[in-house]
Design a protein around this ligand. Structure first.
Ligand SMILES: C[S@@+](CC[C@H](N)C(=O)[O-])C[C@H]1O[C@@H](n2cnc3c(N)ncnc32)[C@H](O)[C@@H]1O
Length: 195
């Protein structure tokens, strides 16, 4: 663990809490994952030696930093997709400060559009933390982009269970996937694709 990245993550945790308590507009809130979710992502990425990591929903890059630290350990890279220019600017500044920017491809685009051009099997690990109503529409492309044996992690599985339910029904009903709920942070839905 790099001391400066750890200090930056701690700073972003404080900023996220203060900012999100003060702002009512969703577009201005950071909506970051919790620290224990970051720890879970870090362990999962390292355990499966994930080298090609995709994140949908960057915000200011807090969760990306957890994934990028793991990618540094596995010799991999993180591709992270964000639609908001405001959040892209915040994330780019944080990545530059972290010293991990060379391991991060920050894509300013709509995730649905990005997924349409993603290569089949391009990613070992996908972290989904974005516009929940879009997940069922994105699912066919997400599924295609995940390699056999790859892992999908979806945030807010318990905090917004009803909103995640349509995706859970699609993935859970697919015999190629083994799934579980992990009670970390806001609840993480894990689905591993059969090899
Ligand atoms: C919950 S936040 C992500 C938080 C981030 N993963 C973290 O923990 O630091 C969701 C993000 O998804 C972005 N978003 C919403 N709809 C999107 C879309 N269609 N394509 C790409 N990003 C989108 C929002 O702008 C927002 O920054």
């Amino acid at each position: 663990m790099s001391a400066s990245v750890e200090a930056l993550k701690a700073e972003l945790e404080r900023f996220g809490k203060e900012n999100d308590a003060a702002k009512t507009a969703r577009a201005e809130r950071m909506l970051n994952i919790t620290r224990d979710t970051g720890e879970l992502l870090s362990v999962l990425a390292r355990a499966m030696a994930a080298r090609r990591i995709l994140e949908i929903g960057t915000s200011n890059g807090y969760s990306t930093l957890w994934l990028a630290e793991a990618a540094k350990a596995t010799g991999g890279k993180v591709t992270t997709v964000e639609a908001s220019q405001f959040k892209i600017d915040l994330a780019a500044a944080n990545f530059a400060r972290s010293g991990l920017a060379s391991l991060i491809d920050l894509i300013h685009d709509d995730a649905g559009r990005f997924l349409e051009r993603a290569r089949p099997g391009a990613f070992d690990l996908v972290f989904l933390d974005s516009e929940r109503s879009e997940y069922p529409r994105w699912w066919p492309r997400l599924d295609a982009a995940l390699r056999p044996g790859g892992l999908l992690v979806v945030d807010n599985a318990s905090s917004h269970a009803a909103e995640i339910a349509p995706l859970v029904a699609l993935v859970g009903g697919d015999p190629r996937y083994e799934t579980c709920m992990v009670p970390a942070g806001n609840g993480e839905y894990l689905a591993v694709k059969s090899a």
